[in-house]
Ligand binder design. Sequence first.
Ligand code: ATP
Ligand code: MG
Length: 234
Amino acid sequence: MTVLQVENLGKQFQMHHLGQSLHAFDSINFTLAQGEFLLLRGPNGVGKSTLLRTLYRSYLPQEGHIWYHTTEGRIDLARAADVDIALLRRREIGFVTQFLIARPRVAAEDIVAEPLRLAGIPAAEATAQARLWLAEFGVKRDLWRAYPTTFSGGEQQKVNLARALILPQRLLLLDEPTASLDAGARAALVRRLADLKAQGVAMIGVFHHPGDVAHLIDRDIELTAKEVTEDVAV
Ligand SMILES: Nc1ncnc2c1ncn2[C@@H]1O[C@H](COP(=O)(O)OP(=O)(O)OP(=O)(O)O)[C@@H](O)[C@H]1O
Ligand SMILES: [Mg+2]
C-alpha cells in the first residue's frame, strides 16, 4: 500500500533582505510504499534537511504535491490545514533530528514515555517501556530520572531517539540520526529501524554513514545543486 506520493515538489526560500530567492530543490518525484526505506543523498547545503522539513510541513513548498495516503483517502500535506497536520504528527508521521528539545525539569524517562502516554498507555507501563529503550540505546541507569538539559550531546541524542522511535508510526523522517552516537547506540538504532521496517513503517532518511543502513535501503534519491534524479538501488 502506498504511503506517500510526492509530485513535482519544489521549494525556494525568499531572502527578503537580499531581494532574491534561494533555490532549495525542485522536481522531486517519488512514491513510497509501506515498509519502504528511501535514502536521500547529496552534498552539504543541497537541500536534504529542507526536503525532510517540507515533507513534515515545517516548511511550505511553492510547487507540487505531497500526497499522504490513509485508509480514508489521500491528503495533500502541501496544502492541508494546520490542525490536520498536527493530528498526523501526533499519530502517524514522526521526525527524528539530531537535536533533543529538552524541557526543564522533565526526567529523561518521562520525555521518552510521553508518546505512549499520549496514546493512552497507562503511566506505569509507559515508564517501564521507556526504561527498556533508554537501556537499549545505552543511557546509564543513573540518568533515567535526571533532566536531560545537562546531558552530553550523545546522551541527549539517545534520549531523543528513544522518544522518537518508541511508538511505531506509519511514516518516519530521519535527519542524520546517527551523528554524535557511539558504536553501540548506532547498532541499536539500526536494529530498531530494521524492526520498524519489518512492521511496515515507511522511512525517508539522510545518514552521515549510509553504510550503517545499506541493508535497509530500497531506493535512493540524489539531490544535486540544480536538478534531481531518482534511481533505483539494490
Ligand atoms: N529557513 C531558511 N531560510 C533561508 N535559507 C535556508 C533556510 N533553511 C535552509 N536554507 C538554505 O537552504 C539550503 C539547503 O539547506 P539544507 O539544510 O536543506 O541542506 P542539507 O542538504 O541538509 O545540508 P547538510 O548536509 O549540511 O545538512 C542551504 O543553502 C541553506 O542555507
Ligand atoms: Mg541537513
